[in-house]
Design a protein around this ligand. Sequence first.
Ligand code: GDP
Ligand code: MG
Length: 436
Amino acid sequence: LSEKLDKALHILKGHGKITEVNVAETLKEVRRALLDADVNFKIAKDFTTRVKEKAIGENVLTTLQPGQLLVKIVKDELTELMGGEATGINLSGNPSVILMSGLQGSGKTTFSGKLANYLKTKKGKKPLLVACDIYRPAAINQLHVVGDQVGVEVYSEPENKNPVDISLKAIAYAKANGFNVVIVDTAGRLAIDEQMMDEIANVHAAIKPQETLFVVDSMTGQDAVNTAKAFNDRLNFDGVILTKLDGDTRGGAAISIKSVVDKPIKFIGTGEKMEAIDVFYPSRMADRILGMGDVVSLVERAQEQYDEEEARKIQKKIAKNEFGFDDFLAQIQQVKKMGNMKDLVGMIPGAGKALKDVEIEDDAFKHVEAIIYSMTPKERTKPSIIDMKRKTRIAKGSGRKLEEVNQLMKQFDQMSKMMKMMQGPGGKNMMKMMGG
Ligand code: GDP
Ligand code: MG
């Protein structure tokens, strides 16, 4: 997804200028990228519609760096779509009972261990793991292995085939032995079936957990949405756990599930190890989906591209003795755009502070621009016609002193000469430097 979105946003950045047409094109690509990541069609469509409305509302096209603003809007919307703020886990009970639900293989047992470890080491809790997957002896063993790994006690009754009974006894055991969190691992099936649903619904009704978590494999894409809906209809769960997000950057499941069941995603699993658990931060996930780390360099690269093209054009003009004040103005505007490097640099962690005292003057070129704007088009394309009379008029028109006009003319003259000299080997790079 990240790659595709990069490409989509690159369409925008590749153009020096953004038009309504290429905003629409870009959003089409964004939508395609979301669909490829298994985001539900309607959600993807609504998403791009909202981004478009916002882009129009914020007048993206008229800003200095429309590409960046559009990236920001896409990111903000994506964050919002995944729940906005990070949502914690409810630990108000004594003990707090947490029930795991989800299909077989989704990662319930693994996550139970991870969560126990997390609550023990990060939150100073004393958790008890409970084995309620009564169908496979291996399942109980697996939880014991996991419990040993993280140093958390596991409650199990290998002969007992009643999960309601086991979980109630486990809670009583926890109360009697000073455990303040009880994590109930349950059995899953490969697909939704009524018996499984009845079973977990019965456990749910009996133990009245503070938190019912739905565990889902993030690689299952669109299926994950249907499963989430089925579980939510029965359990009205409190949160979602997205497992197996390691290596896979697709955020499709995260986006779709949140939209369909409107429950927060609370944690993600990022590997098989017990430490591979992270609190889910919607904005970080949006970063990840957008490959935000690359956005700055992308913007810079696009800028370079634009400059090169521009430089080539100018080279031709110089060769033909056609370089005029209009081109000069264009160059200034390029340099001014680079003035916004301050914003760019500010995005680099740590750099913002270091550069706080460095002045990057935004309107260093204001006066020069004013003078050029006071020239007629003819004067701009053929500066050699600017005589004393014209200079005086230009000075008056721009509200600048005659000396300033003279100075600019002199600078322009020198620059034109220099640029002519730079034609030839090595000149191209110099041109690029001048282009910004
Ligand atoms: P359960 O049937 O829902 O209890 O699922 P398990 O906890 O047994 O997990 C099924 C498989 O997925 C196991 O091989 C786990 O090691 C693996 N697994 C679980 N969570 C993750 C994860 O976050 N990343 C990776 N790579 N594997 C995971
Ligand atoms: Mg299991």
